[in-house]
Design a protein around this ligand. Structure first.
Ligand SMILES: Nc1ncnc2c1ncn2[C@@H]1O[C@H](COP(=O)(O)OP(=O)(O)OP(=O)(O)O)[C@@H](O)[C@H]1O
Length: 313
């Protein structure tokens, strides 16, 4: 397995952990979705794969990349993991690039510094990568500054940079959320193309369950730092088993769906809210008294699991 997260718990001073006992896996050539509302812990998980933990945080469990535990490896291995095995793509391409440096510098500096390429080699590779992500006139792009490119073009540059070291695993953290609809569709098509061509494993993070269901092979739904449902994307979409998953599907708009949107009442809990039982119970339309005391555990359902007492019953 390319990435295997096993019972990962991360605490950073709140009354409850940011992530609690999270497990998921990404295989070669597989796109795995991680979906949840703001604050559910998605970015914390992605960053933990690179051992970028919140300041002062403690972590338990294991994060294995190609069988090696990221949380336990020495600094040298960690540097090599970050330089070549795993690449992260963030939400806003403009925040990834320095506005006063040329696109070419952004692409080549990392190749020179962390991969030990010569400047000429790095430049040639940058041209090749920009062409591979569908940017015309790559030589011109290298000489330009970020403000001279559109958001969509910049996200292509960011994807090119992520591919520079031939990583096996891509972490895409809301990689298309800041883009307009057309550019989003183009960037998704590009991500899928490079992923399939290179048989990359991809952890695709989004707050949009409809998007995850259409883009990913398998989806994990995160709520208040715990995985509440984990299923093949199609099954999750057609027959959600956890009330939170069903709620997310009912409250996100889909084009041409005439049904009225039904927002989930209330708000996700903060790190200072604690609960003895199911964390979703206070917002759950189907909750019964006993849910407040049921300690969440994965219950086997078709294709995966759902952590819901009503599913277990
Ligand atoms: N360095 C930190 N110290 C303390 N708490 C943190 C730190 N980083 C994140 N958190 C808290 O951890 C929780 C999860 O944050 P995270 O950014 O992982 O969520 P997210 O699901 O990615 O949300 P968003 O979609 O808004 O980015 C939040 O309550 C956040 O306030």
């Amino acid at each position: 397995m390319l990435l295997s997260v096993e019972g990962l718990t991360i605490s950073a001073g709140g009354r409850r952990p940011i992530l609690r006992e999270v497990s998921l896996a990404v295989g070669k050539g597989e796109i795995v979705g991680l979906v949840g509302e703001s604050g559910s812990g998605k970015s914390t998980l992605a960053r933990a794969v690179l051992r970028l933990l919140p300041a002062g945080a403690s972590a338990s469990g294991r994060v294995l990349v190609s069988g090696e535990d990221v949380l336990a490896m020495d600094q040298g291995r960690l540097r090599s993991l970050r330089a070549s095995q795993v690449s992260m793509i963030y939400q806003d391409p403009r925040s990834s690039l320095n506005p006063v440096r040329r696109v070419g510098d952004f692409l080549t500096e990392r190749m020179v510094h962390t991969l030990g390429r010569s400047k000429a080699e790095a430049r040639a590779r940058a041209v090749e990568l920009l062409a591979a992500v569908g940017l015309r006139d790559p030589e011109l792009r290298l000489r330009q500054y970020p403000h001279e490119l559109s958001g969509g073009m910049l996200q292509r540059v960011v994807v090119a940079a992520a591919l520079a070291a031939d990583p096996a695993l891509l972490l895409a953290d809301e990689a298309t959320s800041a883009l307009d609809v057309t550019t989003q569709a183009e960037t998704l098509a590009l991500l899928r193309e490079v992923q399939a061509e290179r048989e990359l494993g991809m952890l695709f993070i989004t707050h949009d369950l409809h998007l995850a269901a259409s883009f990913c092979d398998r989806v994990h739904v995160l709520y208040a730092g715990t995985v509440v449902e984990s299923r093949p994307a199609k099954e999750l979409f057609e027959d959600p088993r956890h009330p939170y998953t069903a709620g997310l599907l009912a409250c996100t708009p889909e084009l041409d769906d005439p049904r009225p949107l039904r927002p989930i009442p209330g708000r996700p809990p903060s790190l200072d809210d604690t609960f003895a039982g199911c964390p979703f119970a206070p917002r759950c339309p189907r909750a019964e008294d006993a849910c407040e005391e049921w300690s969440p555990r994965p219950v086997t359902v078709s294709g995966g699991s759902a952590a819901c007492r009503l599913v277990e019953a």
